[in-house]
Write a protein that binds this ligand. Structure first.
Ligand code: SF4
Length: 377
């Protein structure tokens, strides 16, 4: 494995107060979060990475992302220790983006101040909806009333980069007013919004409700209407819809996620976290207990590793490129695909001989990327 300048670090914090009805992430439901234990293990893993042959010449860290799970359930002291520990082994550049995912019910003025003092400068808040009935259906632990005070606490603490997560494409029977939820999100003046379409995953409460016929998933038409409606509303409110699920005010794109879409090298720490360097990627044990046991016994926590061939790397680059407004260079796509997509209004040419998908194209992202596969190289 050659040397790469790894400058992006992801930490998966698996703990949640309970499992949301739609969630199949690698989480551990805990009332009491083992913050100290978790931090110690993650830093042990980080220490081991320093000797890894993938590291380039002492690169400093440019982005850190504490995701989950619910990182806001870690103690403030653990967040501080985690960031200190990362910085002790490898410099963090001045102005680095340091993001923490938080649920609104965990955000207090004191917690927000602690995170900011620890070096967090960006918070991604899991709002999902402002509709109380929808939040209950989702098994979220927060209420709609907790969102505005959480935003206020974060702003007062000096968090200048705020992202809100919302979920669309909910079953029609819930009667969710998507436009109203978007309007409430815009009113909170975030710099960034992530809009995710609900997917029904097996082995989740939603998966079981759907299988039993208790819930009818959203139909394609409604899903498309909500996605395209959001695309328009984002533009009308000064946001650039820069990736299929993400929008930002000018200059406020998520730097960590953007690095991932460029296939920049990154290190993932914590259970289920993925790391990637060029064609190589590896992932950790998914289960928190198995991860903790492996590290406690002096083993590493890696569960698998693969090296992609040139064709697979190329396909991934095309797929990731088509997710963003930067698109891909025309040479990467079969000319007949470009022509057909443009004729349908699914893609458009951009300066620099690049092509990108439109919002209509993003609705068909997987199919279009797969159909373009034949022309990659
Ligand atoms: S808070 Fe997030 S990670 Fe935790 S169960 Fe809910 S959706 Fe999943």
């Amino acid at each position: 494995m050659g040397a790469y300048s790894v400058v992006h670090v992801y930490v998966h914090v698996p703990f949640c107060a309970r499992r949301c009805s739609y969630c199949d992430f690698a989480i551990a439901v805990r009332r009491d979060v083992p913050s100290e234990h978790f931090t110690e293990l993650v830093l042990r893993e980080w220490d081991a990475w320093q000797e890894h042959p993938a590291w380039g010449e002492s690169p400093d860290v440019r982005t850190i992302y504490l995701g989950g799970g619910t990182p806001s359930r870690l103690s403030g002291a653990a967040v501080a220790r985690l960031l200190e520990g990362i910085a002790r082994r490898r410099g963090i550049v001045s102005g680095a983006e340091v993001t923490l995912e938080a649920n609104p019910d965990d955000v207090t003025p004191a917690a927000a101040r602690t995170w900011r003092a620890a070096g967090v400068n960006r918070v991604s808040l899991g709002v999902q909806s402002f509709d109380p009935a929808v939040l209950r259906w989702m098994h979220r632990t927060h209420t709609a009333e907790q969102v505005a005070p959480a935003v206020e606490a974060l702003r007062s603490a000096g968090i200048e980069e705020l992202s809100l997560d919302l979920i669309f494409g909910l079953p029609a029977a819930l009667g969710r007013d998507w436009d109203a939820d978007l309007a409430r999100a815009f009113a909170l003046a975030p710099e960034h919004l992530s809009l995710y379409g609900l997917t029904v995953e097996e082995h989740t409460p939603l998966g079981r409700w759907t299988e039993r016929g208790d819930v009818a998933p959203v139909d394609e038409e409604r899903y498309a209407l909500e996605f395209l409606g959001a695309h328009q509303a984002l533009a009308a409110n000064g946001f650039e819809h820069y990736e299929v699920s993400n929008a930002a005010r000018p200059g406020r794109r998520a730097r960590h996620n953007s690095a991932y879409w460029r296939r920049a090298p990154f290190v993932g720490l914590g259970p289920s976290a993925h790391s990637g360097f060029g064609p190589v990627r590896q992932w950790n044990l998914r289960d928190w207990s198995a991860y903790a046991r492996a590290l406690a016994e002096g083993r590493n926590a890696v569960a698998g590793r693969e090296e992609l061939g040139a064709e697979a790397v190329s396909l991934e680059e095309i797929y990731l490129g088509l997710r963003t407004v930067d698109g891909v260079s025309v040479e990467r796509l079969p000319p007949e695909s470009i022509g057909a997509w443009e004729a349908q209004g699914w893609a458009e040419a951009t300066p620099g001989r690049r092509v990108r998908l439109t919002a209509e194209g993003w609705l068909r992202l997987d199919a279009l990327a797969a159909s373009a596969a034949g022309g990659s190289g």
